[in-house]
Design a protein around this ligand. Structure first.
Ligand code: GDP
Length: 364
């Protein structure tokens, strides 16, 4: 499963948020060895209102949501790249995740110590980003040193890597994260292979006070402006409130949300934003046994999408039948959609669209 690492300075609300994510009924918390320390890993359902509707129309016994992993990467502090705190181990953990949810303290509370003695989320974001940039620069030095011998041998791949390292280094030395470097399609694979920390997509999570969950505040507004300028995402939540919501029985959650003037738990927005950030989409399968959401990267072709269910379905793909979600629901299921001419047969080149209800025909 794709994973999102939760990072941030100490005392900003990471654990509170992670607890909320993993305490909801649909989540399962798991602890397992991960490098040498053990960050918490939570496997979380991706909320999607379409799934329940689909299960209802298809008469499915159960609805199985898509899942995404959140990893609690605590302990990143100023000086982490110099090995302060548990520095290097945490940086290694960040390397493993696909995207970063960066929690920023946007709440004022005299009882909760701020490591820098003041609430300034934009400066905090820079502190962490700087650590990641320094770590990247050091990683680049190491990689460049390893390339020397290969370059002497005239290795083409090494030459490409060297050129990319140079470009990343130039950006970092100007104080820009590596994600600002433009990379062509031909270079994309080698670029990913460099495993730079500052190429990972970032979602800023503004942790505001309980009574600001619906509105945000001046701090979160400043973060939103920063995020926009960087092409990053941002969401406003109150980790404390989310923890409370997560602990309530489901039938009481709606009432509680209404009292707070919230339409849905902030976690749902956070999870969806993470899903978007990773460039992911959903297609569905629906039958009497289950309706199920499957995760694919945007732009995935039908055979690859089939391969998410089972590798053999990709290898022995014949064709796909598909009904758009809206048609499926409005017309009342697969058979009526077929009768109405809304069920399409698609071949190997078909790019699956978000919300497609799929049937795969295969020789497996
Ligand atoms: P971490 O070090 O980033 O994991 O932070 P924690 O989740 O342990 O939170 C640090 C402290 O801040 C705890 O005492 C939390 O209860 C408190 N805290 C977290 N979120 C909020 C919030 O939205 N409002 C207030 N007032 N306190 C919060």
């Amino acid at each position: 499963a794709l994973s999102i690492g939760i990072v941030g300075l100490p005392n900003v609300g990471k654990s509170t948020l992670f607890n909320a994510l993993t305490k909801t009924a649909s989540a399962q918390a798991a602890n397992f060895p991960f490098c040498t320390i053990e960050p918490n890993v939570g496997d979380v359902a991706v909320p999607d209102a379409r799934l329940a509707k689909l299960a209802e129309v298809a008469g499915s016994k159960q609805a199985v949501p898509a899942r995404i992993q959140f990893v609690d990467i605590a302990g990143l502090v100023k000086g982490a790249s110099k090995g302060e705190g548990l520095g290097n181990q945490f940086l290694a953990n960040i390397r493993e995740v696909d995207a970063i949810a960066h929690v920023l303290r946007c709440f004022e509370d005299g009882d909760v110590t701020h490591v820098e003695g003041r609430v300034d989320p934009v400066a905090d974001a820079e502190t962490i980003e700087t650590e990641l940039m320094i770590a990247d620069l050091e990683g680049i030095e190491r990689r460049a040193a390893n390339l020397v011998r290969k370059l002497k041998g005239g290795d083409k791949e090494a030459k490409l890597q060297q050129a990319l390292l140079e470009r990343a280094k130039a950006a970092l030395e100007e104080g820009r994260p590596a994600r600002t470097v433009e990379v062509s399609q031909d270079e994309a694979k080698a670029w990913r292979g460099l495993q730079l920390l500052t190429t990972k997509p970032v979602l800023y999570v503004c942790n505001v006070a309980e009574d600001e969950a619906g509105t945000g505040n001046a701090h979160s507004a400043a973060v939103e402006r920063m995020a926009e300028a960087q092409g990053a995402g941002s969401v406003v939540i109150s980790a404390r409130i989310e923890e409370e919501i997560a602990q309530l029985p489901e039938e009481e959650q709606a009432d509680f949300l209404e009292t707070l003037g919230l339409e849905e738990p902030g976690l749902d927005r956070l999870i969806r934003a993470g899903y978007d950030l990773l460039g992911l989409e959903t297609y569905f399968t629906a039958g009497p046994k289950e309706a199920r959401a499957w995760t694919i990267p945007r732009g995935t072709t039908a055979p690859r999408a089939a391969g998410v269910i089972h590798g053999d379905f990709e290898a022995k793909f014949i064709r796909a039948e598909t009904v758009a979600y809206d048609d499926y629901v409005t017309l009342g299921g697969e058979a009526p959609a077929r009768d109405a001419g809304r069920l399409r047969a698609e071949g190997k080149g078909y790019v699956v669209k978000d919300g497609d209800v799929m049937n795969f025909l295969h020789g497996a």
